[in-house]
Design a protein around this ligand. Structure first.
Ligand code: FAD
Ligand code: FES
Length: 244
């Protein structure tokens, strides 16, 4: 983990409520897709965790949805500096991918899939991506995944674009060697049940410290309690214990 000051070089709206921010600074602590950064914001005691979407040299890209005070403040910043903790969390393990992994992202679970797809493509994998949204005007990054060379399916719950339904409706017609996913918990549960291979999923929980010190993000797994921020946020399918 590293603490550093990053300069905002871009902050653009991708949809009505989702923004992409590019920050310049020391990205050296970021070692795997699926890791996250923890952002200090004015007047807020707790930092806000946001997944790494991409890293190119010293430019870090994050994508965030405005849901409350912190993300609203971020969306209003046109330039300036932010204090970030970087290199947090375990990230996805690429060695298990097989030849044709499928990546499923739902809403703001889509961003970490981008860096993962980029790295899997660089390893010569055939990457299928399923992006799930509620409706057409919430869609972002379809073209960016296509530009990487991924085969992309978009699903919308209301059927206004792409395949009508959930990401699992696209998954059931697909052949794949392994899965990686990130999204809201009901989606993770559905992918857990629908998937026919092993895989990895990234969990979200409200966080205190974000680096393993407060135990505020503990959750029960098959192999005992784990901290989402430190031993997670990525868990293997086999270690997940659903609470209900
Ligand atoms: C490891 C990790 C990675 C994340 N990656 C992203 C990302 O890439 N893009 C993105 O848009 N968001 C991501 N989030 C969620 C993001 O951290 C929260 O949306 C953000 O902290 C909200 O801050 P706020 O001050 O705007 O809202 P607040 O005022 O703090 O809260 C507004 C609402 O959002 C809910 N909320 C806040 N934090 C969380 C959380 N961690 N999980 C679930 N609900 C929450 C609150 O219960 C409340 O209803 C991630 C969370 C984690 C734990
Ligand atoms: S948030 Fe403090 S241990 Fe995870």
């Amino acid at each position: 983990m590293k603490q550093g000051i990053f300069e905002i070089v871009e902050n653009t709206a991708l949809t009505d409520s989702v923004y992409r921010m590019q920050l310049q600074g020391d990205t050296s602590a970021i070692t795997a897709p699926g890791q996250f950064v923890n952002i200090q914001l004015d007047g807020l005691y707790l930092r806000r965790p946001i997944s790494v979407c991409d890293v190119t040299g010293d430019i870090l890209t994050i994508i965030y949805k405005v849901v409350g005070k912190g993300t609203k403040q971020m969306s209003q910043m046109r330039n300036g500096k932010l204090d970030l903790l970087t290199g947090l969390g375990n990230g996805y393990d690429l060695t298990a991918a097989g030849e044709s992994p499928v990546l499923l992202g739902g809403g703001v679970g889509v961003p970490p899939m981008y860096m993962l797809a980029k790295e899997l493509i660089a390893l010569g994998k055939k990457v299928n991506v399923i992006l799930g949204f509620n409706t057409e005007n919430e869609i972002f990054y379809e073209e960016e995944f296509k530009a990487l060379g991924c085969s992309v399916t978009v699903t919308t719950v209301d059927g206004s674009y792409g395949l009508k339904g959930f990401v699992t409706d696209a998954l059931k017609n697909m052949e794949y060697s392994y899965f990686y996913t990130c999204g809201p918990e009901p989606m993770l549960k559905a992918v857990y049940r629908a998937s026919v291979t092993s895989g990895q999923m990234s969990f979200e929980k409200r966080m205190g410290c974000g680096f393993g010190a407060c135990m505020g993000c503990s959750c029960k797994t098959i192999t005992g309690y784990k901290r989402i921020c430190k031993e997670g946020p990525v868990m293997r399918k086999e270690e997940i214990l659903w609470e209900d």
